[in-house]
Design a protein around this ligand. Structure first.
Ligand code: NAP
Length: 246
């Protein structure tokens, strides 16, 4: 097993805690799935740091809401496999609706990191372990397998690919099956983030203990840049699937 995976299963004690989150006065956040689990812990921390939710600006959109392994065959109202619909298509549509607000907020935000505007996608370590080489098999999107775990992995790999395609600052978090409070810390920090709030690399060298799997890095790049173009292909599929709602 890769060092990076071991390090996520047996994460070191967090060196980043709620106390390290600076004051968030004047910042506006949306956390999807904020009613329970990791999202609820995240909201608690943000409220304690004076974040707001009633504003005409938006600094951070956390695409955190998600479903994991519902009964086999579960579909959305539109007839799409439920995990792909909830974890990828809904958040993509929501993000697109909010992009004008994020962009207008970014236009007036100052350049320092404390006022940056971000979209955060919540993926899973599940992606790095069982995902097929190259990330997503496009055929499985059109004809989802009966295996609900495989569909969850596809949806969370989809989150990774959407993060690399989203036209705002790209942030990706990987909470794990530990306490929601600790997982919320992972969503609160950095760029490509693994438990607990550690910033990992994306060079594709997993042997160093932290980096994303090499073939998944390749999936995030276009063919002309030496990758497979899977992220762009997945983005295109999601846009097509949500076209009627745009
Ligand atoms: N917990 C982990 O160990 C772990 C590991 C890896 C990745 N993740 C990811 O982290 C995120 C949060 O996980 P969690 O463990 O905190 O989950 P959770 O406790 O099950 O909470 C999920 C949240 O998503 C909301 N939600 C589900 N379907 C929705 C929909 N169609 N529309 C709007 N909201 C919806 C739920 O709201 P309702 O209750 O109102 O439906 C709930 O607030 C998910 O994306 C998950 O895949 C979690």
């Amino acid at each position: 097993m890769f060092k990076s995976q071991l390090s996520q299963f047996f994460s070191p004690a967090p060196t980043f805690s709620e106390a390290d989150v600076p004051a968030q006065d004047g910042k506006v956040f949306i956390v999807t799935g904020g009613s329970s689990g990791i999202g609820l812990e995240l909201c608690k921390t943000l409220y304690q740091k004076n974040g707001q939710t009633k504003e005409s600006r938006l600094h951070v959109l956390w695409n955190n809401a998600g479903v994991s392994q519902p009964p086999a065959g579960s579909l959305s109202k539109q007839g799409i496999e439920l995990q792909l619909a909830t974890n990828c298509l809904g958040p993509l549509l929501f993000t697109q609706f909010l992009l004008p607000l994020l962009k207008s907020t970014a236009a007036v935000a100052t350049k320092d990191a404390s006022s940056s505007v971000r979209v955060i996608w919540t993926s899973s370590q599940m992606v790095e372990l069982p995902a097929p080489q190259g990330g997503i098999v496009m055929f499985e999107l059109r004809t989802p397998p009966v295996n609900v775990t495989r569909n969850y992995v596809n949806s969370k790999t989809g989150n990774l690919l959407l993060a690399t395609e989203t036209p705002m600052t790209k942030y990706l978090a990987w909470p794990l099956l530990h306490s929601a409070r600790l997982a919320a810390l992972t969503e609160l920090n950095g760029c490509y983030v693994v438990p607990w709030g550690r910033i990992a690399g994306s060079s594709g060298d997993s042997s160093t203990g932290g980096d994303l799997r090499k073939d998944l890095v390749g999936a995030t790049k276009l063919v002309e840049d030496g990758g497979t173009g899977h992220a762009a292909e997945f983005w295109g599929w999601c846009v097509e699937m949500t076209r009627e709602s745009q």
